[in-house]
Write a protein that binds this ligand. Structure first.
Ligand SMILES: Cc1cc2nc3c(=O)[nH]c(=O)nc-3n(C[C@H](O)[C@H](O)[C@H](O)COP(=O)(O)OP(=O)(O)OC[C@H]3O[C@@H](n4cnc5c(N)ncnc54)[C@H](O)[C@@H]3O)c2cc1C
Length: 408
């Protein structure tokens, strides 16, 4: 039988959240093992690559700076200076539009948009330089038990690990959460988000544009410019397009030319003609929150703890705050000579994060319902809501600060 590897922290899941948690803990000297059942895919052109990009808000960029992954990630990120929301109407009223400009809350930018593959690459590079980080992938968790003094894990290759604390960062179908017997509240929407990259001749000028319409929003997010092989620059944006199952089935069945025509019809020409510049992928839309985020020797972070529809760039931004909150509690415990897996300490993690996350899950669920709603009162609310926000500076500033992770 193999020897047992002792560590302070076992992070299950090497997505962007798990890798960030690993970097944060390892650089503080906690012996941290991170496992992922899949090998990381960093080439966006590979058929199994995560095609999503993430709009990281300023607090998340600060977390990545703390993890020392930002200098590299920042080189691949595009600034977000303005978030524009437009209600396209459903052909029965004047379109409404509101600009949220970062300088209205005395910030140069809201954040930056980066491909998930580039973010993972920057984090993996950071882990490579950390003495106390040990990444194992592919390696699946096959067995996990919690004892008073430690958690014992077995991996698919037979490796056995003993950890003081297990961080479940294993995504929305978390095995760690299941082993802990923690329930969830979950809404599955009859809706998917299609993601892809488009190229355009007109520059995006660091403006992210969300075009609301019944069925779901269509969002263009600034993405990296690319040199054309024949010379000159090609501007690009990443797109998140949410629609009903019926509509996404119809759009997914289209060939690229027909799909590109549908994209141009839906984008209303805000960036001129759009050319499809990547494969397409789609994600089912879910709102979910775990009933509690801790147990003795375990804590849930990121999508293992909460899932939101991609409205207002909340998902991963909430997740990075989870990882940092947990780290700060562990540092406090270490200074006080206490156990980092102590349930009393970890209950403070749930208390610190759960209410804020629950409010954001509810807010995004309500916004999503309003976006889906085909009924005229909901459409009117959507349109007049935008006009009201545009007209009331304090309300607008409050909404912007809250969206960036501040208190409501
Ligand atoms: C269309 C779309 C757009 C989005 N845009 C934004 C945005 O702009 N801004 C934002 O903040 N958020 C955004 N999000 C949310 C964000 O993408 C997710 O929150 C984030 O990618 C989830 O990261 P994660 O690390 O929690 O989970 P994942 O990326 O799912 O990682 C979980 C990892 O755990 C591994 N794993 C699972 N089970 C096991 C096991 N048993 N053993 C070992 N490993 C295991 C998996 O292989 C995986 O690598 C978006 C989401 C969608 C769907």
């Amino acid at each position: 039988m193999m020897d047992i590897i002792d560590c302070d922290v076992l992070v299950v899941g090497g997505g962007p959240a798990g890798l960030t948690a690993t970097a944060l803990f390892a650089q503080e000297g906690f012996a941290t093992v991170c496992i992922d059942k899949a090998e990381p895919v960093l080439d966006l052109d590979r058929s199994d690559a995560d095609l999503r990009t993430t709009a990281l808000l300023i607090p998340s960029i600060e977390t990545l700076k703390r993890a020392q992954a930002w200098p590299q990630a920042g080189e691949k990120a595009s600034d977000l200076a303005v978030m524009r929301m437009m209600d396209a109407g459903d052909g029965d009223g004047e379109p409404a539009s509101v600009d949220f400009n970062a300088d209205e809350i005395e910030q140069p930018v809201f954040g930056a948009n980066i491909a998930n593959t580039d973010l993972r690459a920057a984090l993996l590079n950071r882990l490579g330089g950390l003495e106390h980080a040990d990444l194992r992938a592919p390696a699946e968790l096959t067995h996990l038990v919690f004892r008073d003094d430690a958690a014992l894990a077995t991996l698919s290759d037979g490796t056995r690990l003993r950890a003081k604390l297990v961080i479940g960062a294993d995504g929305r179908n978390s095995v760690v959460r299941e082993r802990l017997g923690i329930g969830v509240k979950r809404i599955d929407y009859p809706q998917r988000a299609m993601v892809f990259i488009v190229a355009h001749d007109r520059p995006h000028q660091n403006v992210s544009t969300e075009i609301l319409r019944t069925g779901g929003p269509f969002t263009l997010v600034p993405y990296l410019d690319r040199q054309r092989p024949e010379g000159g620059v090609e501007h690009r944006s990443s797109v998140v397009w949410m629609e009903s199952f019926v509509e996404t089935d119809r759009l997914t069945a289209m060939d690229d030319a027909a799909f590109e025509a549908a994209v141009n019809e839906r984008s209303q020409g805000v960036l001129g003609h759009l050319r499809l510049a990547s494969r397409r992928a789609s994600w089912p839309m879910v709102s979910m929150i775990a009933d509690r985020w801790h147990a003795p020797r375990a804590a849930l972070v990121a999508e293992a703890a909460h899932v939101v529809p991609p409205i207002g760039a909340q998902g991963l931004n909430m997740s990075l705050k989870d990882a940092e909150t947990l780290l700060d509690l562990a540092l406090e415990a270490r200074t006080a000579g206490r156990d980092i897996g102590d349930e009393g300490l970890l209950s403070r993690y749930t208390r610190a994060r759960w209410s804020d996350a629950a409010a954001r899950v509810s807010a995004t669920a309500a916004l999503n319902q309003a976006a889906i709603g085909p009924f005229k009162p909901i459409r009117d609310l959507r349109r007049y809501g935008l006009q009201a926000i545009a007209g009331l500076k304090p309300l607008k500033q409050t909404a912007m600060r809250y969206g960036m992770g501040g208190a409501s």
